[in-house]
Write a protein that binds this ligand. Structure first.
Ligand code: SF4
Length: 303
């Protein structure tokens, strides 16, 4: 039940693999930097997700403030670092879900929800009782605990995790999380168990399923290939693989010189060719010039 999960974790937080055990109800903060009040930086229709999620109507996206991973190259660093956002009550979050549905959203897209999971669960349950019927998308870094994800059974329809690193040294260097690869594999197994086979409506909008994203980093083609190979050999066509080339070197990556450039067309093309050679059919690729700051939404606290 969300109440028990909320109570336990706000007094001794173990919602994510960091397991900080801090008392968020008493004002302590852990790695994610967030207290016990849900804080969000933007809630609006969003058109830049995979086509089966955004469609023409848009995805009803809520960007939660704070992050359990805090990658050095983060594309949404302002909200990940907790520098923007507004506190919202459980009732307000329920109203936001229903408002986005009323605006025609194809789904409710929870971006970086892990550290507020029990609070979000309560608002989702309330919204469903009040008529929320569109699919719920859980949009995460992939750094999750399967035992916590199990609490979401029946509430999430589409799982949208990243699979960022294959090598624990890379995960340590860029996200201070050497256990990321094993955590991401275990979390994905639980997501696939809950989602089952992918399902779409007649217009190609995803109703259930798992889409795993991999953002190709400069110079990390070898690791990217290992991830794609693992995903395809383990899950075949039951997960969709989204290979992304939109990495944008923002000013805060300067200390990591190797990250201070875009991914080349040659690197990205080699990854896509590798996936095709493996036999991947259920996938998404990005075309054209997508590595631009203009694709990063404006976090203006419009909720
Ligand atoms: S959710 Fe935040 S406080 Fe809780 S374990 Fe994860 S990083 Fe630590």
């Amino acid at each position: 039940m969300p109440e028990n999960l909320l109570d336990q974790n706000m007094k001794c937080c173990m919602l994510c693999p960091r397991m900080c055990r801090v008392n968020r109800a008493a004002g302590q903060t852990g790695f994610c930097g967030m207290g016990d009040k849900v804080t969000a930086a933007r809630a609006a229709l969003h058109y830049w997700e995979e086509p089966c999620l955004s469609g023409e109507e848009g995805s009803g996206t809520i960007f939660f403030t704070g992050c359990t991973l805090r990658c050095v190259y983060c594309q949404n660093a302002v909200i990940a670092a907790g520098k923007t956002g507004r506190e919202i009550s459980s009732e307000q979050l329920t109203e936001i879900f229903l408002r986005l549905q009323g605006e025609g959203a194809n789904n409710i897209n929870l971006v970086t929800p892990t550290h507020f999971l029990p609070q979000i669960m309560k608002s989702l349950i309330d919204a469903k009782q009040l008529g929320l019927t569109i699919p719920v998308v859980y949009n995460t870094s992939g750094y999750e605990r399967p035992e916590i994800l199990r609490e979401l059974e029946g509430l999430v329809d589409v799982w949208l995790p990243d699979f960022k690193y294959w090598d624990s040294c890379t995960a340590l260097k860029y996200s201070s999380a050497p256990d990321y690869p094993e955590r991401a594999r275990a979390a994905l197994q639980e997501m696939v168990r809950q989602a089952g086979k992918p399902e779409f409506d007649q217009r190609g909008r995803m109703l259930r399923g798992v889409i795993v994203r991999h953002l190709l980093l400069p110079g990390k083609l070898k690791e990217a290939r290992k991830i794609v190979e693992y995903l395809y050999k383990t899950y075949g066509d039951s997960v969709y693989i989204s290979m992304m080339n939109q990495y944008t070197p923002l000013p805060h990556v300067k200390p990591w010189k190797e990250l201070d450039r875009k991914v080349t067309a040659r690197e990205y093309g080699a990854l896509v060719d590798y996936a095709l050679d493996l036999g991947v059919e259920n996938g998404f690729i990005q075309e054209g010039e997508t590595a631009s700051e203009s694709f990063i939404p404006e976090f203006d606290c419009s909720l």
